[in-house]
Design a protein around this ligand. Structure first.
Ligand SMILES: NC(=O)c1ccc[n+]([C@@H]2O[C@H](COP(=O)([O-])OP(=O)(O)OC[C@H]3O[C@@H](n4cnc5c(N)ncnc54)[C@H](OP(=O)(O)O)[C@@H]3O)[C@@H](O)[C@H]2O)c1
Ligand SMILES: O=P(O)(O)OC[C@H](O)CO
Length: 334
């Protein structure tokens, strides 16, 4: 039987995914403190009960969700702290917090990116920076676009942790009328796969922007799955079934959905936009842009064969032209 006491949760981030997760959590018996960096956005939510900047159709229930702009206030009473700011900005968002502030709390990463300064997974970084024990760390994964959550379209999430109890508790929080969340005990494999699929989506977008068709895309995605397998098996070997939705499903939705931020960013690059103009054109963050640099750096140790990641890295960071780089990649796929 579920407890009648609301679970106390802090949501960190004011973007699309934070807004979608707030909607999911509002379906259950939860009390949420929602931290946004923008005071104007926070005031607007308090007054009009929706986020004017992202998923503005989602209604925010003021009885369940209290908005704030002070990070200490947001996490003070929380049992679960959910991180939903892009990885490149999460350290800045948590400025002023120390391990003491996180004592006894569960930290849940909803982020699919790497910490650029240290090339760490977000949960590794939270463990090291805030002394969060492994059994209090988890990540939210699976094929799930915020836009479809806003429309209450049936969706699935996987909650990964190193042990089962933590993942089960977070799965219970996130299961609702239109979301089914399931636990999985592969925290690092799931986190790395989620990061990698964003880079693959950039490649899908770039080739789409260059005019490659569905035949090529299918081969690209099949090869990408093998590339992800080689990398996660080298970095964190364990028995895992990569055909599960946390891995393959997430890759597919990102590679093919028009909602995908990473694919959209890649498409703009393939069409000839500069990186800066592509970033300006999109109101949202494509994690793969930052992540490819980290994965490329990590792979200098492991030396896994990753032609797709290498191609995206050379286009985004070494000035290679999309046309020439994808022509080279063509010959490396089977
Ligand atoms: N969107 C999805 O469907 C989805 C699904 C699964 C996972 N994710 C993951 O969720 C994470 C967040 O993505 P998103 O889609 O919510 O991003 P988004 O819609 O682009 O929103 C980005 C958020 O980050 C904030 N931000 C930017 N720079 C910041 C800074 N320096 N300090 C603090 N906050 C800053 C933005 O604040 P301002 O609005 O004030 O600029 C905004 O609230 C990513 O890791 C993404 O991979 C997203
Ligand atoms: O598909 P993207 O690039 O918007 O990434 C969002 C999520 O990771 C999809 O599960």
């Amino acid at each position: 039987m579920k407890s009648s006491t609301p679970v106390k949760i802090a949501m960190i981030g004011g973007g699309s995914w934070a807004t979608a997760l707030i909607k999911i959590l509002s379906e259950g018996n939860n009390s949420v403190r929602w931290w946004l960096r923008s005071k104007t956005d926070a005031d607007h939510i308090r007054q009009f009960h929706h986020n004017r900047s992202y998923l503005s159709d989602v209604q925010i229930n003021p009885r369940k969700v209290k908005v704030c702009t002070k990070i200490r206030e947001a996490i003070r009473d929380a049992d679960f702290v959910i991180l939903a700011v892009p990885a490149a900005f999460i350290a800045e968002a948590l400025t002023g917090l120390t391990p003491t502030h996180f004592a006894g709390k569960h930290v849940v990463s909803a982020i699919k990116g790497m910490i650029p300064a240290t090339n760490q997974l977000v949960t590794d970084w939270a463990e090291e920076t805030y002394n969060v024990p492994k059994d209090h760390l988890s990540c939210i994964a699976g094929p799930c676009h915020a836009e479809e959550v806003a429309l209450e379209k049936q969706s699935y999430l996987t909650i990964a942790s190193t042990g089962n109890e933590c993942a089960q508790r977070v799965s219970d929080l996130l299961t609702c009328r239109f979301v089914q969340a399931s636990p999985l005990n592969d925290l690092y494999g799931v986190e790395y796969s989620a990061v990698m699929k964003n880079i693959i989506a950039l490649a899908c977008g770039i080739t789409h922007g260059l005019g490659y068709g569905d035949n090529f895309q299918a081969v690209l995605v099949s090869n990408a799955m093998q590339e992800i397998r080689r990398f996660v098996d080298a970095v964190y070997p364990m028995e895992r079934d990569l055909s599960r939705s946390a891995y393959l499903g997430d890759l597919l939705v990102t590679a093919y959905s028009p909602f995908s931020r990473n694919r959209t960013f890649g498409t703009l690059i393939g069409r000839g936009y500069t990186i800066q103009s592509a970033q300006t054109e999109m109101n949202m963050i494509a994690e793969g842009y930052y992540a490819v640099r980290s994965i490329y750096a990590i792979n200098s140790t492991y030396q896994v064969r990753m032609p797709i990641v290498d191609a995206v890295y050379r286009i985004l960071y070494e000035g290679a032209t999309p046309t020439a780089e994808m022509a080279l990649l063509k010959g490396k796929l089977v």
